[in-house]
Ligand binder design. Structure first.
Ligand code: FES
Length: 103
C-alpha cells in the first residue's frame, strides 16, 4: 500500500434557497469528475491521492472550493479543465496553480 501524498476535500455543501453554496456551483458533480480522473492516472496515483467530500468550508461566496492537505492550499475552480490543471500540476507535479488560489 502506497503512502498517501495528498488528501483533497471538496466542499459539496448545499444551502437552502438562493444562498451561495458549492453544491449550487457544481461541487458534487466536479468532485466525482476529479475522483474518476485520478483513477485514470493508475493505481499508484489512486493510492497516493484521496478525494473526499467536505461540509461547508466557510468560503461559500468563492465556491466551489477545495483544499489540498497536508499542503493547506485552497483553490476555487469553475469546471473540469480547472480541475485537470489542479490534478496535473499540484497533485501530480507538486506545483501550486497560482491562478486558482483562493484570495
Ligand atoms: S458551501 Fe462550500 S464553503 Fe460553504
Amino acid at each position: 500500500m502506497g503512502q498517501l501524498k495528498h488528501h483533497v476535500f471538496f466542499c459539496c455543501n448545499k444551502r437552502e434557497g438562493n444562498r451561495d453554496c458549492c453544491e449550487n456551483t457544481g461541487g458534487e458533480r466536479l468532485r466525482a469528475y476529479a475522483k474518476e480522473r485520478i483513477a485514470t492516472l493508475g493505481p499508484a496515483a489512486s493510492e497516493q491521492i484521496r478525494i473526499n467530500r467536505a461540509g461547508c468550508l466557510d468560503r461559500c461566496d468563492t465556491g466551489p472550493v477545495l483544499v489540498v492537505y497536508p499542503d493547506n492550499v485552497w483553490y476555487t475552480y469553475v469546471d473540469e479543465s480547472d480541475l485537470d490543471e489542479i490534478i496535473d500540476e499540484h497533485l501530480v507535479h507538486q506545483r501550486v496553480v497560482a491562478r486558482l488560489l483562493l484570495p
